[in-house]
Design a protein around this ligand. Structure first.
Ligand SMILES: [Zn+2]
Ligand SMILES: [Zn+2]
Length: 227
């Protein structure tokens, strides 16, 4: 079946249009890892992606953020993520696995045993449309990169929320407040919280708030790309 689909709809590179792959090797080379991680708030260089001061960490519920690549307009990574989420190209997880691995492999030794890898939740409405939670697929990929971790899909997004994409920035923040719930969970300590793209950090913050209330002590966000 897959073979047949490949003949009928050959894969083409999102960037240059060459046939054969979702992204060709050459264009994959354009997806560059960050030169250095940054303070999640002021974006000054910070090798571990930690907050550089108390004033930067204020109003944030997580401790650290690892970003794998920049999310730039019309960049190959943006096109890939759009295809992943809106054209339902689940196969792209293989490409994203490599992007995650390139950045994350250097942290393998620093991630403690029994760390839970938790995906940001997806609204039911989007799940119905897409058939998968993109953050869950990325989280599965992270557990492969860090074999000492365990996947825990425990966050849910409440039903009554308006779609974030339909709102401006100010309304997105209030809309998100108290919109995340947690399913029954084991004792939580170290968490890797996974999402595809982060811009304002509001989703990561809201998820972290819930996880901290549930007992988590250290939360490190991991995002494929940051805008
Ligand atoms: Zn290409
Ligand atoms: Zn800072």
């Amino acid at each position: 079946m897959k073979f047949l689909l490949d003949i009928l709809f050959p894969k083409i590179c999102v960037e240059c249009g060459k046939q054969g792959e979702d992204i060709c090797n050459e264009c994959m080379g354009k997806i560059k890892p960050l030169r250095s991680q940054q303070c999640p708030n002021c974006r000054n260089k910070n090798p571990e992606g930690e907050f550089c001061s108390n004033s930067c960490s204020k109003n944030h519920n997580f401790e650290q953020l690892i970003v794998c690549t920049h999310y730039e307009k019309s960049s190959p990574i943006q096109k890939l993520i759009i295809n992943f989420k809106y054209k339902f190209s689940k196969d792209l997880i293989n490409v994203f696995h490599n992007v995650l691995k390139d950045e994350l492999k250097k942290y393998t030794k620093t991630i403690p045993e029994n760390t839970f890898v938790i995906p940001a939740p997806i609204h039911k409405r989007n799940f119905k449309k897409r058939g998968f939670n993109q953050a869950l697929l990325l989280a599965q990929s992270v557990t492969k990169i860090f074999p000492q971790t365990q996947l825990l899909d425990c966050l849910i997004e409440k039903d009554n929320r308006i779609q974030q994409a339909k709102l401006d920035k100010a309304h997105r923040l209030t809309n998100l407040k108290n919109s995340i719930e947690i399913r029954p969970y084991p004792p939580l300590k170290n968490i890797l919280l996974i999402d595809d793209v982060a811009t304002t950090l509001s989703t990561l913050n809201e998820c972290s708030k819930v996880l901290k209330k549930a007992g988590a002590s250290h939360i490190c966000g991991i995002v494929l790309a940051r805008g």
